[in-house]
Design a protein around this ligand. Structure first.
Ligand code: AMP
Length: 597
């Protein structure tokens, strides 16, 4: 097909905002295109050259495009710049200047095909290294030379990454169905499925154009090509979760990190994709190294959540920490030490030559357990099969206490296959929001300490803190705090605590956690945290709000204040915690359940 013909379609698309019309225009285009050119046309209409996951970006600088346009038209660059200042858009300028150019808007009689233009754009996008700027200008000038006004306009917008025809994935899928299975309403589903499995609209279009609907059967999971992730619905409470799951489900910790889809070939390096299917392999070299060692059956495609762990205490950190590693290209070694990560795997889609997306969830989990030899860095997501709201609540509390943001309930029923790209009630997320920072700080009494790890090896790395319960005269734990201390403060902790050392759990301390070293209540530290949550593990104000649960402070952080002005009995009390918790619950009610995903 001539590029001019494709461009005429773009003009029609640009002239309408009606989805139905766009769909028709595209369907006609797809029918006219030869099967071996349709993929290129599909990518181009979305302003792409390759499927998004390959990360090949069009998008040259405006200055470069101006130079190329000037060269192509044989006019000074300043003339182009001047015109852009008036038109405000290089695409418009290209069209108008081309219309008045040597060819008078007819092109130089030298017409380009879609294939030729595509090849040139790909060469422009992938040119790199020394002299690549010059090369890009030459390549672009070459395709612009002799282009008619509309061609020049769209070429310019394409290379600038500013095509914006408003053609979304769903519209393309609709148009493909109209073009290759007209009148067949049932055709839309297999077309969408093929896209969800391959994430590649060009591939889907080519298969359809070549062999119609049966052509889609040739599209399978492939290592190196991400599958669109299965998504979860949400639920307001655990009672509702269990009801929707027919009374029983597998609950998993909902880790607060980055979703990772790992592709591990039989040989060669693994690839990692984000939830949005961007490749993230470069950011996590430690996972690239570890995955082939721990996944015993290859090739494999597995999914999990990657979470940052505190280098000092080994505890899970909130999302903000791991987000420091996203998009990182430099200082990778330092970042690996500062923000170490752990990957918790929760699904498997391919192992050996067996695809498992069609298996029900229990069978997938079973397979995942079989192909994983876990290490500290790569583990299985913590899971428990529950059959009652009580069991679910206890598991939820454990998850929060372990630094997670809630639970993911997964259906065990027949039909619980992996639904690529779909959000449904086969997976239900339930989490507590903690975006509201706890209004007040808490004065906690040190009752224990834990040996440090990593940089803190040989010293204490974290401390077990308690509040004071006036009624029972007990010090009840509410958190393990390891953040917020600078090196000097950590170094002086043993000295400050020395006189409170105790060989066993002091009688007035209530704790279900056993620290490496106990201390009698004496030293008071001021901490801040994200929120108070109910916890089956901590003992503060135990049973005050819910039987069998105390309060835990999530993401505690030492403020730097040693409250030397306070004795342990002046620390925050259990009653005060209850008040803080209730005020926080009211906050939640006002804010409603937000969701960052
Ligand atoms: P959604 O908001 O629908 O994307 O679902 C929540 C997100 O939670 C997923 O995309 C994962 O990134 C993350 N997640 C954390 N833990 C799990 C888990 N055990 N199973 C599935 N997803 C999890």
């Amino acid at each position: 097909m001539q590029f001019a013909e494709l461009v005429a379609t773009y003009d029609k698309l640009a002239a309408t905002t009606k989805r139905l019309e766009m769909r028709q225009i595209l369907a006609e285009l797809f029918q006219r295109l030869p099967p071996d050119e349709i993929a290129e046309a599909v990518y181009l209409s979305q302003g792409l050259l390759r499927p998004e996951f390959e990360g090949i970006e069009l998008g040259v600088a405006g200055q470069l495009a101006r130079r190329a346009l000037a060269d192509a038209l044989g006019i000074p660059e300043e003339k182009v710049a001047q015109h852009v200042r008036q038109s405000g858009d290089l695409g418009t300028t290209a069209a108008e200047l081309a219309a008045g150019g040597p060819s008078g808007g007819e092109g130089a009689g030298r017409t380009s095909t879609v294939r030729e233009v595509y090849a040139a754009l790909l060469a422009i996008a992938t040119a790199s290294g020394d002299g690549s700027q010059k090369k890009k200008i030459e390549l672009l000038a070459e395709v612009l030379r002799g282009a008619g006004p509309s061609e020049a306009k769209y070429l310019t917008r394409l290379v600038l990454g500013q095509l914006r025809l408003g053609v979304g994935t769903q519209t393309i899928l609709d148009s493909l169905a109209d073009a290759f299975a007209p009148g067949d309403k049932a055709a839309r589903l297999p077309i969408e499925n093929a896209y969800n499995v391959s994430s590649d609209l060009g591939l889907v279009a080519t298969s359809l154009a070549k062999d119609g609907l049966p052509g889609l059967q040739g599209i399978h999971l492939q290592v190196g090509r991400p599958i669109r992730p299965m998504l979860a619905e949400r639920s307001p409470d655990l009672v509702d979760v269990l009801k929707r799951m027919d009374g029983g489900a597998a609950l998993e910790y909902k880790y607060d990190g980055l979703r990772i889809q790992a592709h591990i070939p039989a040989t060669g390096p693994a690839k990692l994709f984000s939830r949005r299917l961007e490749e993230m392999s470069a950011q996590f070299p430690e996972l690239i190294e570890e995955l082939p060692k721990v996944i015993t059956t290859r090739p494999a495609i597995v999914e999990g959540e990657c979470v940052s762990v505190s280098p000092e205490t080994g505890e899970l950190q909130p999302f903000q920490e791991i987000s420091r590693r996203r998009g990182r290209k430099y200082d990778l070694e330092r970042m690996q030490a500062e923000v170490p990560v752990r990957l918790f795997l929760f699904d498997v889609l391919l192992a050996g030559d067996e695809e498992s997306a069609e298996l029900d969830f229990p069978a997938r989990r079973h397979r995942l357990e079989k192909i994983l030899a876990p290490t500290d860095r790569v583990q299985l997501a913590t899971q428990r099969v529950v059959a009652s709201v009580e069991e679910a609540t206890a598991f939820f509390d454990e998850s929060i206490a372990d630094g997670c943001e809630g639970v993911m309930a997964k259906s065990l029923a027949a039909g619980s296959r992996y639904r690529a790209g779909a959000r449904g009630f086969w997976w239900i997320k339930y989490k507590r929001e903690y975006t509201i920072s706890l209004a007040d700080s808490i004065d906690g009494v040190v009752v224990g300490a834990f040996h440090g790890r990593g940089r803190r090896a040989g010293a204490f790395g974290a401390f077990l803190l308690a509040t004071y319960n006036r009624q029972s005269d007990l010090y009840e734990t509410f958190c393990k705090a390891g953040s917020g201390f600078d090196d000097a403060q950590l170094a002086e902790m043993p000295k400050r605590l020395e006189r409170f050392r105790s060989p066993e759990s002091p009688k007035n301390v209530s704790s279900s956690i056993v620290p490496d070293q106990w201390f009698r209540p004496g030293l008071v530290l001021e901490v801040r945290g994200a929120e108070l949550s109910l916890s089956a593990i901590h003992r503060a104000a135990f049973g005050a709000v819910r039987p069998g649960a105390g309060f835990a402070l999530r993401f505690p952080r030492f403020t730097g204040n040693f409250r030397e002005d306070k004795g342990p009995e002046e620390a925050t009390t259990a009653d005060e915690l209850v008040k803080l918790y209730t005020s926080q619950v009211r906050h939640h009610a006002v804010e409603g359940p937000g969701d960052a995903g």
